[in-house]
Design a protein around this ligand. Structure first.
Ligand SMILES: Cc1ncc(COP(=O)(O)O)c(C=O)c1O
Length: 478
C-alpha cells in the first residue's frame, strides 16, 4: 500500500494512501469482501446469474474487467451514466475545480455554483419553475417534493401509481407501487394511495375526495418501461389543477435527455405545466451524487414562508460545490455533444431493430421505447414445446424468465442489461446517451442470437435457467 512517489505530510507517520496501488493489490477480491462485509445475499445473486465480474476500467459505454475483457454497458448504473463513464470533459472540469481550492458547504452563505446550476436547470424546463432545491439522490428529491406538496396545500394525501418507483426512503417508499420493495417495511406514510397508471377516471375519483396534496408520477414508468397513452399526462395535470392538487413530475430516470427530450413529459407537446419536477441520476455526470427538485414560486413561498423558516427543509450536503460543478459540466456536455438528439436517434435504431424481430421470435411480445429508455416484453408463445419452457419457468419463479435473455447477453456477448422489475417479463435497457450505431448493432446482433437460442427448447439455454429456478425454490423452502 506504500508508494515511493507519494508525499508525506509533515508529522504523518507513513506515506499517504496510494489508491492505485490499493486497487491493484486487491484486484479480484470484490465478491469475497462483499460476502464478508457488505451484502452476502447480493453476492449469491450475482454469482448465480454470472454477473460476478470485477470491473477495473470504464470509459463511455464500456467497462473492462480484471481479465481485460470488454463489456457494453446498457444499464449505465441505473441511468446515472447518461454521459457515459468517466466523461473526459466532466473529469477535466472536476480536476480543475479541485485544483482551484474553492470553498464548499460553508452553509452560512449563498454558494455561487448552486445559483448558477439552478439558473441553468430552469432554462431547460418546459414551463415556469422558479426555485431549485439540491439534494443527493432521487429519493431525497422525491422526499422534498412530498414535503413541499403537503406544506403548500395543507392536505395529507399523496396519490401515486401502481407499479411506480420513486425511491426507497420512507416517504418515497410510501408512494412506491411495487409491492416487492414494500414488504416488511410497513406501516407507511398515512394518506399514500395508489391508483392505476394511465387511468384518468381512477385519478379523478381520488381527487374528488378532497384530501389530496399531490399526484407523484413518472412520465414513463421505469419498472416495466410503461409508456402512458397520448394525452394522459396532459389531462392528468388539468385534472390536478381543477382540484387544487399538485402534479409532481418524477424525471429522476427519464429526465436529462434520456428519452430524446430534456424531460420525458415534453413528449406530450408544448405547454406542459408540472408544479414540481424532480431530477437526479445523469445530473451528476456519474461522478457525484446530486439531485434537484424544481418548483413554482407559490409553493416555495408556502414552505420557506419566513426568515425563521428559511432552512426549514435542508440537508448538510446540499449544494456542495463539487456536486454543483459536476452538474454544470454535465449540462454543458449534454448540449455541446447533442446527446439528447443522439438519444432519440439511437433509441429509434434500437427500438425499431428490436421490433423488427418480433414476427420471428414467439417469446417476444412487445418492444416499448422513448429514446434510450427501452423495455422488451416477453409473452407466452404459441407453439406447444415453447409453451412448456414458458410454463416451467413461471412455475419455478415468476421473475425467472427474462434471466434467460440477460444471462447469455452477459456471458456470451458481454452486454450488461437488467430485468425491469419483479415478476414481470421485461428486459430493460438504459444505455448511456453516448452510444454509437456500432454499439446499437452490437446489441441487436447479440439479442438476435440470444433469441435464436431461447427458441430452441429443450436446449442449453434452458438448462442454466431451470437450475437457477430450482435453486430459488430450494432457498424459499428453507
Ligand atoms: C423515477 C425514479 N424516482 C426516484 C428514484 C430514486 O432515486 P435514487 O435511487 O437516487 O434514490 C429512482 C431510482 O431509480 C427512479 O427511477
Amino acid at each position: 500500500m506504500s508508494s515511493e512517489s507519494n508525499s508525506t505530510t509533515p508529522g504523518a507517520s507513513r506515506p499517504g494512501l496510494d489508491i492505485v496501488a490499493l486497487l491493484k493489490q486487491h484486484a479480484g477480491e470484490n465478491y469475497e469482501l462483499h460476502s464478508q462485509h457488505v451484502n452476502p445475499a447480493n453476492v449469491r445473486t450475482l454469482k448465480t446469474i454470472g454477473f460476478d465480474r470485477c470491473y477495473v476500467r470504464a470509459e463511455g459505454p464500456y467497462l473492462w474487467d480484471v481479465k481485460g475483457e470488454k463489456y457494453l454497458d446498457l444499464l449505465s448504473g441505473y441511468g446515472v451514466f447518461g454521459l457515459g463513464r468517466n466523461h473526459p470533459e466532466v473529469r477535466r472540469v472536476l480536476k480543475e475545480f479541485l485544483d482551484a481550492n474553492y470553498s464548499s458547504l460553508v452553509k452560512m452563505e449563498a454558494p455561487l455554483l448552486s445559483g448558477l446550476l439552478a439558473a441553468e436547470l430552469k432554462k431547460r424546463m418546459p414551463n415556469q419553475l422558479d426555485y431549485v432545491f439540491f439534494n443527493n439522490s432521487g429519493a431525497e428529491g422525491v422526499e422534498t417534493a412530498l414535503k413541499y406538496a403537503r406544506c403548500a396545500t395543507g392536505k395529507p394525501a399523496i396519490l401515486h401509481c401502481k407499479k411506480s418507483f420513486h425511491g426507497l426512503t420512507y416517504g418515497a417508499l410510501s408512494v412506491n407501487g411495487d409491492e416487492s420493495f414494500r414488504e416488511g417495511f410497513e406501516p407507511f406514510l398515512p394518506g399514500a394511495r395508489a391508483i392505476p397508471f394511465n387511468d384518468l377516471a381512477a385519478l379523478e375519483a381520488e381527487l374528488k375526495k378532497g384530501d389530496v396534496a399531490a399526484l407523484v408520477i413518472e412520465p414513463i414508468q421505469g419498472k416495466g418501461v410503461n409508456i402512458p397513452s397520448p394525452g394522459y399526462l396532459r389531462d392528468a395535470i388539468a385534472l390536478c389543477r381543477k382540484h387544487g392538487v399538485l402534479f409532481i413530475d418524477d424525471e429522476v430516470q427519464s429526465g436529462m435527455g434520456r428519452t430524446g427530450k430534456f424531460l420525458a413529459i415534453e413528449h406530450e407537446g408544448p405547454g406542459m405545466d408540472p408544479d414540481i419536477v424532480v431530477l437526479a441520476k445523469t445530473l451528476s455526470g456519474g461522478f457525484v451524487p446530486v439531485g434537484a427538485t424544481l418548483c413554482k414560486k407559490w409553493i416555495h413561498e408556502k414552505v420557506f414562508s419566513s426568515m425563521q423558516r428559511s432552512v426549514v427543509h435542508s440537508s448538510t450536503f446540499s449544494q456542495g460545490s463539487f456536486a454543483m460543478a459536476a452538474g454544470l459540466a454535465a449540462l454543458d456536455v449534454l448540449d455541446r455533444e447533442n446527446l439528447i438528439a443522439n438519444a432519440a436517434r439511437m433509441g429509434d435504431l434500437l427500438g425499431n431493430g428490436l421490433r423488427a424481430m418480433i414476427p420471428r421470435f414467439e417469446f417476444m411480445k412487445e418492444v416499448r421505447n422513448r429514446g434510450l429508455m427501452l423495455g422488451i416484453e416477453f409473452g407466452s408463445p404459441k407453439s406447444l414445446t415453447l409453451k412448456m419452457a414458458w410454463t416451467t419457468c413461471h412455475t419455478l419463479d415468476k421473475s425467472l424468465f427474462p434471466q434467460a435473455a440477460i444471462i447469455p447477453l452477459m456471458d456470451k456477448h458481454h452486454i450488461i442489461t437488467q430485468v425491469a422489475g419483479h415478476a414481470i417479463d421485461v428486459v430493460k435497457l438504459l444505455p448511456p446517451l453516448v452510444i454509437t450505431e456500432a454499439d446499437a448493432q452490437w446489441f441487436l446482433t447479440a439479442f438476435e442470437d440470444v433469441m435464436v437460442q431461447m427458441h430452441k427448447f429443450p436446449g442449453p439455454a434452458w438448462d442454466v435457467l431451470t437450475g437457477i429456478g430450482k435453486m430459488a425454490l430450494t432457498q424459499r423452502a428453507r
